[in-house]
Ligand binder design. Structure first.
Ligand code: ATP
Ligand code: MG
Length: 440
C-alpha cells in the first residue's frame, strides 16, 4: 500500500473560490504600485543563508528558528527566503543601482517560515512589498506608507489602524540599550533560557517577545522614543505632519520595534481592528509591516543609501476579504446544451465565438442526455441556460432561461436571435454582475 500524499504542513493549495480574490488583490497591487512609480523586482526563492543572517539578524525569531535552510548539492547553505527586503537589497547592490538617485521596487510572491500554524499564519505565505532606495526625506517614508494605506482601501478593507513609531538612528541606540539592560537586569534570573540569550545577545528583541510571561515586564520597559537624537526627532515630526496633511490617521505606538534588526527611524504596522468582536484574523491582525532601514544597503556591502519599505501579508488580506463577503469566482454567463451529435460542431463553434468576444460561455464536452447537461450547468453555476436543438438551429433563435430567477418569474425566459446573442449577453452581464466585489 502506498502512503497518501498530502501537501507539506503549513503550505496551502490555493484554488477557486479563493483564488479569484487572490488574483483581484494581486491585479490591484500591480496596477496601483505601478502608478505610484514602483516597478516589479523578482528575486530567486532561495538565497545564500548568510544574506538573512546578516540582514534580518541572528537573534531574531526568523533567523534563530523559522528559516528553511538546506545544504544544496554543491554543499552551500541556502535558505528559502523568509522575507524579500534582504534579497531586494542584495539585487540592488549586485546590479549597481546605487547610481540611480531613486529606485522604487515592488515584489509579490511566496515567503517561507517554519512557524507554529494558526489562523493567518502559514509556512508558505505570500507578501506584496514596496521598497524605495535613495531618498532619506520624510516625504519618502510617507509616500510609502500612503501607498499601503490607499492600497488597503482600494481592495475594500476598512478598520485598519496605522501604528507608528521611530527607532531613531544608530547613534541613539547605545544610551537606550544601556537603559534597557539596566531595566531587565534585575529580572534575568527568572527568564527562560531563550529570553536570557536574547537579553545577552540582542536586548531590544525582548520587546517583541512572544512569551506571555514576559509581557507585563516588557510593557513597563523604557521606550526608544525617549532617546531619539535631534535629527531622528525632526524626521519623525515631519512624517507625522505629512501624514496629517494627507489625511492618513495614525496612532503612536511607542513599543513598536518590529521583528527584524535592520530598521532605523520610522517603523509602522497596519493592524486590522474591527469595531466589534468579529475579528476574522484573531491574533494575526497585522496585515502590513514596514519602516526605514537606512544602514542595510551599506551593511550588506553596498553604497550608503537610505531606504524605506513595507511588506503586506496577502494570505491575511484574502482571509479578511472572504470573511467580509467578497465573492469573485467567475460564473459562466451562458451554458449551451446540445443533445444531437450532428449539432455538436455548431454548438462548439458558437461557444468559441462568444468566448472570443470576452463572454464566459460553457458547454459539456461529454454531451449526452438533457438532464446530465442541465446538472452540469447547475454545477458550474451558469446564469443562463439554453438548448441548442434542431428547431433552434433552423429558426436561428434561442429560448434562454435565467437560472437565477424562480419558475414563474416573467423574466425567466427570453427569446434571443442568434445574431443578437452576444449583445444580449453583454447586456445581461452589465445589469447583474456575477460577483460580489469587496466592500459591497
Ligand atoms: P508577526 O509578529 O505576526 O510574526 P512579523 O513581524 O513576523 O509578524 P513581517 O516579517 O513584518 O511579520 O511580515 C509582514 C507581514 O507578512 C505580516 O504583517 C503578516 O501580515 C505577514 N506574515 C508574516 N508571517 C506570516 C506567516 N507565517 N503567515 C502569513 N502571513 C505572514
Ligand atoms: Mg513572525
Amino acid at each position: 500500500m502506498s502512503q497518501k500524499l498530502v501537501a507539506v504542513k503549513g503550505m496551502n493549495d490555493l484554488m477557486s473560490p479563493q483564488i479569484e480574490i487572490w488574483q483581484f488583490v494581486e491585479r490591484t497591487a500591480r496596477e496601483m504600485f505601478g502608478t505610484w512609480g514602483y516597478s516589479e523586482i523578482r528575486t530567486p526563492i532561495v538565497e545564500d543563508t548568510a544574506l538573512f543572517v546578516r540582514s534580518v539578524g541572528e537573534v531574531t525569531d526568523i533567523v534563530s528558528k523559522e528559516m528553511y535552510t538546506f545544504e544544496d548539492k554543491g554543499g552551500r547553505s541556502i535558505t528559502m527566503r523568509p522575507e524579500n527586503t534582504a534579497p531586494a537589497v542584495r539585487a540592488y547592490i549586485e546590479h549597481g543601482l546605487g547610481q540611480q538617485p531613486v529606485t522604487r521596487w515592488y515584489y509579490l510572491g511566496p515567503m517561507f517560515r517554519y512557524e507554529r500554524m494558526k489562523t493567518g499564519r502559514y509556512r508558505q505565505f505570500y507578501q506584496i512589498g514596496a521598497e524605495a532606495y535613495g531618498p532619506a526625506d520624510a516625504s519618502q517614508d510617507v509616500e510609502n506608507i500612503a501607498l499601503a494605506w490607499h492600497f488597503l482601501k482600494a481592495i475594500g478593507i476598512q478598520h485598519v489602524t496605522l501604528h507608528l513609531n521611530s527607532l531613531g538612528d544608530a547613534p541613539d541606540r547605545p544610551k537606550y540599550l544601556e537603559a534597557l539592560r539596566a531595566y531587565f537586569a534585575p529580572h534575568v534570573a527568572t527568564f527562560s533560557d531563550a529570553a536570557k540569550e536574547t537579553f545577552e545577545r540582542n536586548t531590544m528583541r525582548l520587546l517583541d517577545t512572544k512569551e506571555e510571561a514576559l509581557r507585563p515586564l516588557v510593557a513597563g520597559a523604557p521606550v526608544i522614543g525617549d532617546f531619539l537624537g535631534e535629527a531622528a526627532k525632526a524626521h519623525f515630526d515631519e512624517v507625522k505632519a505629512l501624514l496629517t496633511t494627507l489625511g492618513i490617521p495614525f496612532v503612536i505606538d511607542r513599543t513598536l520595534v518590529r521583528g527584524l534588526d535592520y530598521y532605523t527611524r520610522t517603523t509602522f504596522e497596519f493592524i486590522y481592528e474591527p469595531p466589534a468582536g468579529d475579528n476574522a484574523l484573531g491574533t494575526a491582525g497585522t496585515v502590513c509591516g514596514g519602516g526605514r532601514y537606512d544602514n542595510l544597503v551599506r551593511e550588506l556591502g553596498g553604497p550608503d543609501k537610505p531606504a524605506v519599505g513595507f511588506a503586506m501579508g496577502l494570505d491575511r488580506l484574502v482571509l479578511l476579504l472572504e470573511s467580509l463577503g467578497t465573492r469573485l469566482e467567475r460564473r459562466p454567463l451562458l451554458f449551451i446544451a446540445t443533445m444531437e451529435p450532428e449539432l455538436k460542431a455548431h454548438a462548439v463553434k458558437l461557444v468559441t465565438e462568444l468566448r472570443m468576444k470576452g463572454l464566459a460561455v460553457d458547454f459539456d464536452p461529454r454531451g449526452g442526455k438533457f438532464k446530465r447537461q442541465l446538472d452540469r450547468a447547475l454545477a458550474v453555476k451558469a446564469r443562463h441556460f439554453v438548448v441548442y436543438g434542431q428547431s433552434e438551429h433552423e429558426a436561428r433563435a434561442f429560448k434562454i432561461k435565467n437560472m437565477d430567477l424562480p419558475d414563474g418569474d416573467p423574466n425567466k425566459e427570453a427569446t434571443v436571435p442568434l445574431d443578437g446573442l452576444a449583445e444580449w449577453l453583454l447586456n445581461a452581464a452589465r445589469v447583474a454582475p456575477v460577483t460580489t466585489p469587496p466592500g459591497s
